[in-house]
Design a protein around this ligand. Sequence first.
Ligand SMILES: Cc1ncc(CN)c(N)n1
Length: 239
Amino acid sequence: MNLEPLLDNNTLPPFAKRLRAAADRIWEDGYNQPFIRELGAGTLAPEQFAFYLTQDTLYLRDYAKVHAIAATKTDDLEIMDFMAQVQASIVHGEMTMQREFLESYHLDPATVAGAKQSAFAYAYTSNILSVAYTGDLVDILVAILPCAWVYADYGRRLANEFADELDSNPYKPWIDMYRTDEFWASGRWLIDHIEPIARTLPESRLEQLETLFVRGVGYEYMFWDSAYRMQMQWKKEWQ
Ligand SMILES: Cc1ncc(CN)c(N)n1
């Protein structure tokens, strides 16, 4: 089964197109980095995946909080409902998949919940939390867009590229989670809701949002890259 690609360049609304183009180099390097290649091929070492999962469990906790804060920045019930739904799917969907993997590695979820964040993961979550506390709703929507869009894009591309080997891939549940239309729906929702706000903003503000988005795509890259190297500190020798 070949899954439809996500939005292509022709169907992206203008501001989303601009964001995607600005991040293109990092985005494509991200898809081609060893962690993602080996995840797709099923050859990634379990220790590297467990390192990633541990950091991602901590990440998702903060990411869920960002959605809760976003709901305080609006009186629009549709937006509040979206934030509540994504929070629920983080806690019940993504985190359940993570717990199942962690248990298969004999890692206790309570121990993982108390683990230390890596410098890379801490930088990423501090950034989205600080945007959530200090920014406007649109800043939050743009800050969380890479999380939804990059994962949906890579999940779908991996499912297509490695379709023949997927059934024997130990990381299939991860790819299955992110390749779905349901997961992509939240990225699509963000794109559709950022666009009308962007049309009302001056160029200086759009530039800030572009920087925020590209930074987020870079953090996504570094999150996997540091997990591949199982690196807790900025320099490996410091750990
Ligand atoms: C770091 C990160 N970014 C995004 C996702 C997708 N929710 C995630 N699980 N982890």
